[in-house]
Design a protein around this ligand. Sequence first.
Ligand code: CMP
Length: 140
Amino acid sequence: MAIERTFSILKPDVTARNLTGAVNARIEAAGLRIVAQRRVRMTRAQAETFYAVHKGRGFFEELVAMMSSAPVVVQVLEGEGAIAKYREVMGATDPAKAAPGTIRKDFARSVGENSVHGSDAPGTAAIEVAQFFAGNDIVG
Ligand code: CMP
């Protein structure tokens, strides 16, 4: 399988509970390499742009408010089949449906405060990475 890059966010519920290292340990244990990482406080506009695909859905307002409410950690992860692998490590969007041993099963509080985001496809990964990182910021 080809080496891929995916975009990851450790959400406010992770930074608030000081779980950045614990989540990063899960990522690294899965064989994914953190090749770029930055702690940022997203503006509301940045969150709206990032989640534009969900605009109009019932949870959109709550989502952008939550994502801009406190620091997040944005990352680029690299590895074989990184997009699918990270989605497996994260678990289902709703932690109640996530498999045992996944990040969301073990750390997430709810479908809204679900600890992590990971890109769903190569096209979105490229767009999401480019929103937060320039080429020189990514050191593989
Ligand atoms: P994420 O992978 O970041 O992508 C969109 C986010 O919307 C999702 O994780 C959830 O945190 C959030 N969200 C909140 N409510 C819902 C919902 N009912 N269905 C799907 N996603 C939701």
